[in-house]
Every structure is written in C-alpha cells, then in structure tokens.
Design a protein. Structure first.
Lengths: 142, 539
C-alpha cells in the first residue's frame, strides 16, 4: 500500500534542506507529503496547557511557512501540516504509523556526533526506532 | 517579538478538514503509572528526607514521625483545591492565575511572586546537598563535612548551572529511565529502614532506641510553637505532590486515573516518610541525627552504619538522583510561572520568550538559574555553616503562603457552587478552606517561634537584634524578644520584597492590574481565558 512521505520540520536550516528533498521524493512517488512539528514540554514541570498553546502557535507558523515553500517548489504535491503534542521523535513515529509512511525525511542538525549523543539527536533516535526507512538530509554547510 | 491574537494552533488539531474521527495523533497520553511516577519523583522523597529530617527531629524530638504524618493533612486538603482549580484553568501559572481570577490582580501577583521566591529559596539547599553528596560518593568526607566551604559551594554552583542548562535545552529522561530511577529510590529507602530495624531488634546497635507507637502521637509535643515549626518544615516533604493530582488531567481515563494515581502516590509517600523517620531515629537515637555533623545529611551519616561500605553508596546515589529531579521540578515550574505571568502582562514581556530552537521558556529559565547562583553564593557568604538550616526553615513560609492562598482561592472562586451538593461542599469548600486555615496558622505561629533565634537550627544568630515586642492573644504570650532569626528574615523578607516590586511594575505597566475578579460559572466547564487570545511569540 503506497503511503505518505512524512517530514519532520522545525524551521531549522536542516529541516529546510529536508523539505526540498521531501518535496522531490513526494513528487517522484506521487505521494502526499505530511509535514510534522512535534513538541511536548517535560511533564515533570507540572501544568503546561497555555505553554502548549504558545508552542502550537510557533509550530503552526513554522508549518504554514513550510507549506508555502513546498507549494513554491512544486504546486502539484499535496502537503498536509500536522502539529503534534508529542516529543519530536514520537510524533514522527506516530505519524509514520498512521500514514503507513513510505519514508520519514528529517534534517541533520549539523551537530558533532558527541553533542548529538548528549543532547539527544532526533535523526539518531529515529534511525533506531523507526519501522520505515529514514532519510537524513544534511544541513547545508555555510 | 510579535503579539498575535490567534485562536488557531490548538495542539493536536489538524488544519485540514480530513475526517479524522478522533483518530489523530494521540494527545499527551499519561497512564496511571506515569502519573504516579511524576507525582512521587516531583516530591523527591530521598532528597526531602535528607533536607528536613534532622531539623524536624531537632525541633520535636521523638515525635518527628507524627509530624511527618500530620503535615500531610493540609497538603491533602490543598490538593483538592489544586485539582478543581486546575480543572477550570490548567494554566502553567497555577496559583498565580487562579488567585488572580478569584481574588484579583494584586493578590494574584503576590501569589506568583510567592511561587518564584519559594523556588528560589530551595535552590541553595538543593545545591549544597548535591555538593555534599557528590563528595561523599567519592569518599572525600573531609570536604563534604563543610557544607558551605569552597569546594561544596563550587560543585553546588556547577549543579545549578548544569540543571539550568538541562531545563533550557529541554533534555529529559525517558519515562522508563525515570521509572527505574524512582523505583530504585523507593526500594533503597525501604531497604535502609528494613536493615536498620532488623539490626536494632537483633540488638547489635549501640545507642539504638526501640521504636514505640507513642512516636506517632502528636499530642506528646507540648509546645504549640514547636509543633507548628515542625509541621512547617515537614510540609516541604510533600511539596510537589500536587503534580500527581494536576498532571492527571491529561491522563487517558480522566474519570478514574486522577484518583488512583493520587491515592497510590499518597500511600507510597506517607509510608516512606513514616518508616524511614522511625528507623532513622531509632538506629542511633535522635541525638545522633541532630548533632552538628549529621543534621544536614542524616542519610549519609546513617548509611555507612546501616548498610556498610560499599552499599552505602547506593543511598548516596539515590539522594543525588532524587535531588536532580527535585532541582528540575523547581526550575521548570519557576520558569513556567514567570512565563505565565509575562503572558498575562504581570511581568515584562521578555519572560514569555520561547527559545526558537529548544522551545523552552529561554529567558525565564536562564534568569532563574543566574539568580539562583547569585543567591546561593550570597547566602553561603552571609551565613556560613547555616545555609542548609536557614534555607529549609525559610522555605516553609513560602510554601504555606502560596499553597494557603490556593486553598482560599478555591473557596472564593467556587463560592456559588459550594452549597449545591455534599461533594461540592467537602471538596470545593471545606477541604480547601481547612487547608488554607491550617497553613495560615502554621505560618503565623512559626513567625513567633522563629522570632527567638535560639529556636532556629543556626542557633544564636539574630539578624536584627534591635527588634523586640510582645503581646497576648487569649492566654498565649507571643513575643519577639531577641531580634529576628535568619529563617524569618529570609522567609518573610523575600515574600515582602514582592510588595515594592509589584508597585514598581504597576507604575510601569498597569494593564494587568485593571482586571476584575471572576467567579466560577460552572464546576465542570473550563474557564474562559484569563487574558483572551494573547500569545506572545519570539521571531
């Protein structure tokens, strides 16, 4: 069953590079593109409701920009923005299961491996827990 | 920085009209076990015991177990207020938002200030215990013994810096790791008590005291002042427990989970505190816990005798992991409270800044960490050797202040619904009111108790020796006779500092202070937004 292309997007340079690749992959497979922004504050800190609303606002602003950029690259690809109240990796895994994703596309954050290991790198975690192929697009070097 | 009026962007909502039939991405599902873990880990039992036990024993002696038990009563009552107010408005400003609604912006602002100051006051305590236990872990007992010496302070400052960075960047343990750490903490504390009691009853321990049920009888405490001060210290051990009640609102089965997680976390906590207190003071007698060398780190002092080396290291590690989760559950809510205050225009807008990459309340988090470092170092310089005592004794005032206000706010906010049913009367009226009244009484009586510097663990330090007055209420003779003890100056002083700061902000930006009091229209429906639609976002 052909599935969506799922893209993780947070407005960073890496995710913008990933968007360009994701659009061309979606075009090649003639598949819809789901752009996902996921974030969940640490539940150890207590109540989060209005903080979550602000995060959702930030997320939907990022995704609105992503949809515009995708349309500009190729208007024939159908793009759906998804704001998820989950940690980035969980939101991508959930979206990939629900969409029977063909592939998850994410941007590399350009961090050195040791930094990524300490801070928790989304691509790194995805590679180990995803059930579908993961495509990591390097951030442009500048 | 832009201010947008937007109702869009509710998390979990889909911008498209695709018929998702509720099958969208699962919304922050927290099971009963994770709620339980969050509630107990936020309370940080191992750290709380280290921070308070010696000082409680110093005040009430063998009755400390009864005080540990009794202190839960006001916290339980206030939890009802947390539960219902959070239901109306799960704002991360918590008490600040609720008190603002129920009692108006001035009281609300001071409640918010109370949260921030209480979070600040606990930081030196957390930091120096982290420092002391770090050195103990590596066997450097000489360095660890000087809890306000250079090296402990150095590690304490590093601890605050690292913990602030963790909250700023948003690193968190997976739910499973969290659960494993907490499980280890609880197991080790029970193992400690079990081994101690077995050794006592086997008759192998010199200076041990056989436990007695009399220890659970609070009426054995003859002085009202000592009982109040002891309880004010002991409410700290349950501080954070309310998250077990509020965080459940997001749980999968909202009707059943909240009750169960709160119930189980209560049983776990009360059992730990009573059992460990009994075992700790029975093992070598109360005098051992209150001696100058041990009062600030009772578990470390007893650990070697109870477990022997190297098993005592387990106890040290569990105090460190406990202190780490307690530090995070101090920094995160403090930053979220100031974020909420800024969103509602009760603080400068910068406090609401959200870091574009890490998505944490960046400015609030960093500023809180920076002030905590300055405050910790200053306290070490002002009162060397008494950082632990002064901070923990001052802390109770802050907790009693804003938890008490939360109780009163619940009664005021739901006043039209209290007499509609027996359940409403008990949970919206009686329990929060009693909780508030108990905390207010503890607050006031403890003022007079600590007004005699002899009563604070730091001994004869009087910070304002010129102040003295006395008066009678009924047959009680209340007096401030020898100046003010450090816990009073710190506890009340920092709260009082809020009044001039509030007035300054009122002059600079009076918008927040123009709002009116609200009353709950319904018990079940969420309240309308406190400040409609204003969501500041960083560019």
């Amino acid at each position: 069953m052909p599935g969506d292309i799922v893209l993780g997007y947070d407005g960073s340079a890496g995710s913008k590079a990933a968007l360009r690749v994701a659009v061309s992959v979606a075009k090649a497979f003639d598949a819809p593109l789901a752009v996902v922004f996921g974030y969940e504050p640490n539940p150890m800190g207590g109540e989060t409701a209005d903080y979550m609303k602000q995060l959702a606002k930030i997320g939907s602003d990022h995704l609105a920009a992503a949809v515009m950029d995708a349309k500009a690259l190729d208007p024939s690809v159908s793009v759906e923005p998804i704001v998820a109240p989950l940690r980035p990796v969980e939101s991508l895994l959930e979206a990939s299961l629900e969409r029977h994703a063909r592939v998850i596309v994410v941007g590399g954050n350009g961090e050195r491996p040791i930094v990524g290991a300490i801070l928790g790198s989304v691509p790194h975690k995805l590679l180990h827990s995803s059930t579908v192929p993961v495509l990591v697009v390097p951030a442009p070097a500048d | 920085l832009t201010t947008t009026t937007a109702d869009s962007g509710e998390l979990g909502s889909r911008p498209t009209d695709e018929p998702s039939g509720g099958k969208g991405l699962k919304i922050g599902a927290l099971g009963m076990i994770s709620s339980l873990v969050i509630g107990v880990a936020s309370t940080a039992p191992a750290y709380s015991l280290v921070a308070t036990l010696g000082f409680v024993v110093a005040i009430v002696g063998l009755q400390s177990a009864s005080v540990m038990l009794l202190a839960f009563v006001p916290m339980l009552f206030i939890a009802a207020a947390y539960f219902y107010l959070n239901r109306a408005d799960p704002d991360c400003g918590t008490t600040f938002t609720w008190v603002t609604r129920a009692m108006g912006p001035n009281t609300g602002w001071l409640a918010g200030w109370g949260i921030l100051m209480t979070d600040l006051v606990v930081m030196p305590n957390l930091a120096s215990i982290a420092g002391v236990y770090t050195f103990s872990l590596f066997g450097a007992h000489g360095i660890a013994a000087d809890s306000s010496g250079f090296w402990v302070t150095f590690v304490g400052v590093a601890w605050i810096v690292v913990m602030t960075a963790i909250c700023y960047i948003g690193i968190e343990l997976s739910a499973r790791t969290q659960m494993a750490l907490l499980g280890a903490e609880v197991l080790i504390l029970f193992a400690f008590s079990f081994v101690a009691l077995v050794k006592i009853y086997a008759g192998h321990v010199a200076h041990s005291v056989r436990p007695s049920f009399e220890w659970l009888n609070p009426f054995k405490i003859t002085s009202v002042g000592a009982l109040s001060a002891g309880m004010l210290l002991a409410v700290f051990i349950y501080w954070g427990w309310d998250t077990a009640v509020t965080v459940n609102e997001e749980a999968k089965d909202t009707r059943r989970t909240p009750g169960r997680a709160a119930l189980w976390s209560t049983i776990v906590l009360v059992l730990i505190y009573v059992v460990v207190t009994v075992a700790a003071q029975a093992f070598k007698g109360p005098g051992f816990l209150t001696s100058n060398n041990n009062i600030g780190d009772v578990l470390n002092a007893l650990g070697t005798a109870v477990f022997g080396s190297p098993w005592n290291k387990l106890l040290i590690i569990c105090v460190l992991t406990s202190a780490s989760s307690s530090t995070q559950t101090t920094i995160l809510p403090a930053a979220r409270s100031s974020l909420s205050m800024a969103v509602h225009k009760a603080l400068p807008r910068r406090f609401a800044d959200i870091h574009p990459k890490y998505l944490s309340p960046g400015f609030s988090t960093l500023l809180f960490g920076a002030i905590a470092v300055v405050w910790y170092v200053a306290l070490t310089l002002i009162s060397p050797n008494d950082v632990l005592a002064n901070s923990i004794e001052a802390l109770g005032f802050g907790i009693a202040f804003y938890y008490g206000l939360t109780g009163f706010a619940c009664v005021v906010y739901y006043r039209r619904h209290i007499f509609k049913s027996l359940k409403n009367f008990v949970f919206l009226g009686l329990a929060p009111l009693l909780g508030g009244v108990i905390l207010a009484v503890l607050f006031v009586v403890a003022i007079f108790y600590y007004s005699d510097p002899v009563n604070s663990a730091s001994g004869n330090q009087a910070w304002f020796p010129g102040i003295h007055f006395s008066f009678h209420i009924f047959h009680w003779h209340l007096y401030v006779k020898k100046g003010l003890g450090p816990p009073l100056v710190l506890g009340i002083g920092l709260l009082a500092l809020g009044v001039p700061l509030m007035l300054i902000w009122k002059i600079r930006n009076s918008e927040f202070f123009k709002r009116h009091r609200e009353v709950a229209l319904s018990v079940d429906a969420p309240a309308p937004p406190l400040t409609p639609g204003v969501i500041p976002v960083t560019d």
